[in-house]
Design a protein around this ligand. Structure first.
Ligand code: SAM
Length: 286
């Protein structure tokens, strides 16, 4: 039997039919079958020569193939759906040892430990994320300690509405806890949108590819304190901060004055620096 190369693997439509990979809604399965599009996503992760990539949810392997064709030194792919494993092992054979597939739930695995084999080579996270676990996965990566993290870039597909919440700036309707965390730790931008019809089956909404490049912390504070302050502030986002911060500061007006923020301000107008100052004030109480 002649062995396949990445270029000679069967079209993804045939792979899906052969392995009975009917998309399952509960697993957030919306597959990308167009190799031009998956290569465009892979290229948004920058030149991949020498880079180890972590992919979440390879499914039938469209993006996985693209990452390997674009030159990734190694791809480690975590997939929860065991039905995909045969199709992925065909790609692994064609990739000559450059693909490792881990069967499991990405929410439960230690991603950093899985990437130890990179041995100091740059690591990136690239994925067309299952929409139902996309936000907790991103929050987990952005909460990595120590920082800068073990990865130097993330290129991730989200629903457009989630992408807007990631890149939002103070004053934007979508500005909230996710934007504060993302902006505190990374430069985040939407690279391009992907219409529903690019997926099989098509989702109801437009998707966006988001690039996040970790940056050194400009406004130091403890992550847990920042989370406590933003949870209280955005938990009651329509209220003035002197009211919404009552649950975390005995004297919210004094804390706000110390941070140079008007006590009548609302969470959606406060900069990341403002939240960091409040988080430090929280840690320095008593
Ligand atoms: N990467 C493929 C593509 O672009 O065509 C599939 C993307 S599809 C949106 C999401 C994939 O994530 C599916 O293959 C699904 O089985 C997988 N998945 C869903 N939940 C998961 C989890 N908790 N851990 C790992 N994989 C998961």
């Amino acid at each position: 039997m002649s062995s396949s190369t990445l270029e000679s693997l069967p079209p993804l439509r045939d792979v899906i039919a052969e392995h009975g990979l009917r998309a399952t809604k509960s697993l957030g399965q919306n597959f990308l079958l167009d190799l031009n599009l998956t290569r465009k996503i892979a290229r948004a992760a920058g030149p991949l020569e020498g880079v180890h990539v972590l992919e979440i949810g390879p499914g039938p392997g469209g993006l996985t193939r693209a990452l390997l064709l674009e030159g990734a030194r190694h791809v480690t792919a975590i997939e929860k759906d065991a039905r995909c494993l045969d199709a992925l092992s065909q790609i692994a054979s064609a990739a000559g040892g450059r693909l490792s597939v881990v069967e499991g739930d990405a929410l439960e695995l230690d991603h950093r430990a899985l990437m130890q084999s990179a041995n100091g080579a740059p690591c990136r996270i690239v994925a067309n994320l299952p929409y139902n676990v996309a936000t907790p996965l991103l929050t987990g990566w952005l909460s990595a300690e120590p920082w800068p993290a073990w990865f130097d870039r993330m290129v991730l597909m989200f629903q457009r509405e989630v992408a807007e919440r990631i890149v939002a700036k103070p004053g934007d309707a979508a500005y909230g806890r996710l934007a504060v965390l993302a902006g505190w730790r990374a430069h985040a931008r939407i690279v391009f949108d992907v219409p529903p019809q690019a997926f099989t089956p098509p989702p109801k909404v437009v998707s966006s590819v988001v690039q996040l490049v970790p940056k050194p912390i400009e406004h130091p504070c403890r992550l847990k304190a920042l989370e406590t302050v933003t949870r209280a502030a955005f938990g009651q986002r329509r209220k003035m901060l002197r009211q919404s911060l009552k649950s975390v500061f005995p004297d919210p007006a004094a804390a706000l004055e110390g941070a140079g923020i008007a006590e009548t301000a609302r969470a959606e107008t406060v900069s990341i620096e403002g939240f960091a100052v409040l988080a430090r004030a929280l840690d320095n109480r008593d």
